[in-house]
Design a protein around this ligand. Structure first.
Ligand code: GLN
Length: 493
């Protein structure tokens, strides 16, 4: 018998609609599963009452005949989204106890579509990280374990690590993530789920704690491509409260899904073959190429010549914007305040920020402040902005030849907690395949493609033209159908 927690977003929506089960039973099942999975540390706060209230209104809506697109679907919300009256920390101690008086547009859209909230998901502090180890609330532990007896706890990826772990552990059918330089795609790949970062501007950033405003985008993470399409439709849309929000209709991505790729051209960029990447990553990439060919796509070798500058460019621009965005956490306006005895205002600022921010956030603020300083602005920030334009132009040119790009999502499978945390450069390298699409603002998705020799998931990334989420989702579906990825982490928690 399938348990309710084995169902994804589409199956829950459809089952509630047809009366196969009640929304309340679904919410209760996930709430109970989340309680049993506390060892994973996926949630910072659980909000069972919110999920149950939404479920009850879904059950009433079924009777009165006004079900909405996500009626009866309980979701996890990354703690970067401001939620009215519910603690929102962005994974940072500096925001401990902060209860926003407003709702982020994306979470408001999801709730308006009928979804409920199971809780706020753990994440790297201010979304800075690739392993969830920078969280001020302790790391999330991946539900996956190696099959070779190595029982060291694994990283779920980051920064949306709580989101990834929650879906993989079946304690939420779908979740929100945010992606500034890979934070939806890399964790999705690490735990064998799907996740899409839409075109920059599709989802409103209003009420999402800002990290690097020119890069931040919200997106869904879920068990499969269809579930991602359903959620993205509810999350996206124009919002006058975000000046970079795109004033466009939200396409009917789910209804248009098609795994038939005849007439599509898919580019394989040679610059993504980099040294030191395990052979299994190449194997899964080759497999992905075959699957897309089988689905009817034509495969074309292409070049994105500035790819190797993407990572250093990202690690100048993102900290620069972060150093500016994080200036607001001064002990006056939000959350924590540390007031040294006999100190003045500046002492309070310093003590608050020293106590409230973790090491990675401080590192980024220092790097960002440095690259924006009068003496180094031209050498670093300005130069990075120019290189960013070249990276975007690489993609512009490649769209003359192909409709999509296929690459691996990350250069490795999940690593152990602690394995890279002492070496920021090693950690940053994990984003190497993810950041180019972020710098160019393009839609990009990760779908699970297979397992490595240790039994850990590997993901493939699809990147599309601006606003062409449909082609990205379609190719994701083509891979999903052929990969037949139905592996799951064995429940040890
Ligand atoms: N891992 C990257 C970083 O640390 C990306 C984070 C993100 O996308 N939020 O900046």
């Amino acid at each position: 018998m399938t348990r309710l927690t084995d169902l994804g977003v589409a199956a829950i929506r459809d089952g509630v609609r047809s009366g196969d089960f009640s929304a309340r039973d679904v919410a209760s099942a996930f709430i109970e599963a989340a309680e049993k999975a506390r060892a994973l540390n996926a949630f910072i706060v659980e909000t069972p009452d919110h999920a149950l209230a939404a479920a009850d209104s879904a059950d009433r809506a079924r009777v009165s005949g006004d079900l909405r697109p996500l009626s009866g679907v309980p979701l996890g919300i990354k703690d970067l989204f401001a939620t009215r009256g519910v603690q929102t920390t962005a994974g940072s101690r500096i925001l401990e106890g902060f209860e926003p008086v407003y709702e982020s547009t994306v979470s408001a859209n999801l709730f308006a579509a009928g979804a409920g909230m199971l809780g706020k998901l753990n994440m790297d502090e201010f979304a800075m990280g690739s392993s969830n180890e920078t969280s001020g609330y302790g790391p999330v532990i991946s539900p996956w374990r190696r099959n070779d007896g190595g029982n060291a706890p694994l990283a779920p990826g980051g920064s949306s690590g709580g989101s990834a772990a929650a879906v993989a552990a079946r304690i939420a059918p779908g979740v929100t993530g945010t992606d500034t330089g890979g934070s939806i795609r890399q964790p999705a790949a690490f735990v064998g789920i799907s996740g899409i970062k839409p075109t920059y501007g599709r989802c409103s950033r209003w009420g999402i704690v800002a990290f690097a405003s020119s890069l931040d985008q919200a997106g869904p993470m879920a068990r499969d491509v269809r579930d991602c399409a359903i959620m993205l439709e509810a999350m996206a849309g124009f919002d006058r409260k975000d000046s970079t929000s795109l004033e466009l209709e939200v396409p009917a991505w789910e209804a248009s899904l098609s795994a038939d790729l005849r007439g599509k051209k898919v580019g394989i960029p040679k610059e993504y073959r980099i040294e030191g990447v395990p052979a299994e990553i190449d194997t899964v990439w080759e497999q992905g190429i075959e699957w897309l060919r089988d689905a009817g796509a034509e495969i074309v070798q292409v070049s994105l010549p500035h790819t190797r500058y993407a990572l250093p460019t990202y690690y100048i621009i993102a900290p620069a914007e972060a150093s500016s965005n994080l200036a607001r956490y001064d002990g006056v306006r939000y959350g924590k305040r540390v007031q040294p005895e006999q100190g003045g205002l500046n002492d309070m600022y310093e003590a608050t920020r020293a106590a409230g921010f973790g090491a990675e956030v401080k590192r980024r603020i220092m790097i960002g402040t440095y690259v924006l300083s009068a003496g180094f602005y031209d050498a670093y920030f300005n130069q990075a902005q120019k290189v960013r334009a070249l990276i975007a132009r690489d993609f512009e040119q490649v769209w003359n030849e192909v409709d999509l790009i296929l690459t691996p999502t990350a250069p490795s499978a999940a690593f152990a907690l602690g394995e890279k945390s002492a070496d920021p450069i090693a950690m940053y390298l994990n984003d190497v395949f993810a950041v180019p699409a972020s710098l160019a603002g393009l839609p990009a998705m990760s779908v699970p493609a297979g397992l490595d020799a240790q039994g850990l998931p590997l993901g493939l990334q699809l990147v599309g033209r601006a606003l062409d989420e449909q082609s990205v989702l379609d190719a994701g579906l083509a891979i999903e159908q052929r990969a037949g990825f139905n592996h799951r982490a064995e429940a040890w928690w």
